[in-house]
Write a protein that binds this ligand. Structure first.
Ligand code: PMP
Length: 501
């Protein structure tokens, strides 16, 4: 009976145990009559207290999944739903899901996406491009062209690796980013989130270690958690991931992957310095650990000199490079891409095949034509200038409105301002106050593994207009001011509960 505990998960440990045992009972891996290990033994094996295991077993008893008898321990009961069909609407779904999948996923992103559609809410919560910037009429015209010229071919299946002309165009686009590759080293993916999922599924067996920056992109952390990776956080400072800490970690552990966002990191906005980039590559090459470079934002630089990507600097062939059109052109078409050595492209394509066969065919035709017809470079230039103005609007509004004690970074590019709340602000209260004031943001917590991160907020400035940004910062500042707790002397600070947005 193998149980994996994820200490960074918001789900209490007793529930993690309970849900995994429940899944094993549902799948038949633990048959009726199977004796669960005594509480004390399981507690020692998992490194948790006996009370935690007792609580998990109590839940299982309450669900009539196990029975406990003095002297005979806890054993699995025969399950009703195996013997007789349940009445309609009474299917025990949670018992039927795979044990790992039954662990509740953080609904934060889904909730933030839903809120971002509400016109009465200023959304700083999610990283979307500005709707006003999307080149709708150009795309309309290009889609007409695609339909007229390619006809049904643009609506049928396309190769799993991607529409061939798009792979060729992407290889050329990569040359402009200093990355030399051929179309065979490009895999089109359904958004870079799928690339993260494919990487997780291609490399990670349950319990395998993965190095991540702390803080990191929560969608990446989710993808690795979904395959039960063991996340090994390495702290990041203004120069990005601390390679000295990484080195000492690599001397003790053998991770399967190093996941990094070197340019305009999500959430912190940090840019990894050139010396760190080179050192990271040296370490990865000498310890033979692949680096997954997630790079959605590097085209969106508003000041300062661009740095070469890890992939552009990689001589040992250890970097898998992931990028996307979601932050520039449009997220809704779900077109992203991976640049990697051929064996990796082949392996990812095999896994992708079982997931979605291929990415959207019309989306790929459209992106390919948009780039080939020369719209890409001027479009990115226009986006940079609009986002510079939005970033500045947010920085100015924060300087004017933010409550005393709040600090934030000035990002040189990307989509986010990363802020630290004044001491004594309760995140739980703030989420409630911000929702009532009609403003959302991403709380820092899901971006951390070991550190609590409860004092951080990520504010997106690319999606709302400058006017909405000023209005939203005003609302947020008031919400923060009203969420400050002043604990009386001798009273312990309240324990923060997990935010539900
Ligand atoms: N990686 C990072 C760092 C991101 O910020 C995002 C979007 N928030 C993604 C991956 C996923 O983007 P998409 O799947 O839309 O391409």
């Amino acid at each position: 009976m193998e149980i994996l505990i994820d200490r960074s998960s918001p789900t209490p440990i007793y529930l993690q145990i309970c849900q995994q045992v429940r899944g094993m009972i549902a799948s038949g891996a633990l048959p009726p009559g199977f004796r669960l290990p005594p509480e004390r033994r399981l507690a020692a094996a998992l490194g948790v207290t006996r009370g935690t295991v007792l609580a998990a077993y109590r839940e299982l008893r309450a669900d009539a999944l196990v029975d406990a008898r003095v002297g005979r321990g806890t054993s699995v009961l025969a399950q009703r739903f195996h013997a007789q069909p349940s009445p309609a609407g009474d299917v025990p779904w949670n018992q039927l899901f795979r044990a790992a999948a039954a662990r509740p996923q953080d609904p934060l992103v889904r909730d933030l996406l839903e809120l971002s559609e509400r016109t009465d809410v200023v959304s700083f919560g999610i990283g979307l491009p500005a709707p006003e910037l999307l080149p709708v009429s150009t795309l309309h015209h290009l889609l007409d062209e695609v339909m007229a010229e390619a006809g049904a071919a643009a609506l049928l299946h396309s190769p799993t690796e991607g529409h061939t002309p798009l792979r060729e165009t992407l290889a050329e686009l990569m040359a402009a980013r200093g990355i030399r590759c051929g179309p065979a080293e490009v895999l089109v993916v359904s958004g870079s989130q799928q690339g993260l999922d494919l990487a997780a599924r291609a490399f990670i067996d349950p319990g395998d270690p993965v190095v991540v920056e702390e803080p990191s992109y929560f969608g990446g952390l989710q993808a690795f958690r979904a395959v039960q990776a063991r996340l090994l956080p390495v702290p990041a400072d203004e120069e990005g991931m601390r390679t000295d800490v990484l080195e000492s970690l690599l001397r003790r552990q053998r991770p399967k992957l190093i996941y990094v966002l070197p340019t305009f990191q999500n959430p912190s906005g940090h840019v990894m310095g050139l010396a760190r980039r080179r050192r990271l590559l040296e370490l990865a090459a000498s310890f033979q650990v692949p680096v997954l470079e997630d790079d959605p934002y590097s085209e969106l630089r508003y000041e300062g000199e661009p740095l070469p990507s890890l992939k552009a600097l990689d001589e040992a062939g250890v970097v898998l490079y992931l990028s996307t059109f979601s932050k520039t052109l449009f997220p809704g078409m779900r077109v992203g891409w991976l640049v990697a050595p051929r064996p990796v492209v082949r392996q990812f394509a095999l896994i992708k095949q079982s997931s979605d066969l291929h990415s959207s065919t019309p989306g790929q035709f459209l992106v390919e034509r948009f780039i080939r017809r020369g719209y890409w470079a001027p479009f990115v230039r226009a986006s940079r200038s609009a986002y510079t103005a939005r970033r500045d609007a947010m920085l100015e509004a924060l300087a004017a409105q933010a409550p005393e004690g709040m600090t934030w970074r000035r990002p040189e590019g990307g989509f986010y301002v990363w802020g630290r709340l004044p001491n004594g602000v309760s995140m739980t209260r703030l989420l409630g106050a911000a929702a009532s004031a009609g403003v959302t943001f991403l709380p820092g917590r899901p971006c951390f593994i070991d550190e609590p991160g409860g004092e951080f907020v990520r504010l997106n400035f690319s999606h709302p207009s400058e006017e909405r940004i000023r209005d939203g910062v005003r609302r947020l500042a008031a919400a923060i001011a009203s969420s400050t707790e002043r604990p009386r002397a001798g009273t312990p600070a309240p324990i923060e509960t997990r935010p539900i947005v």
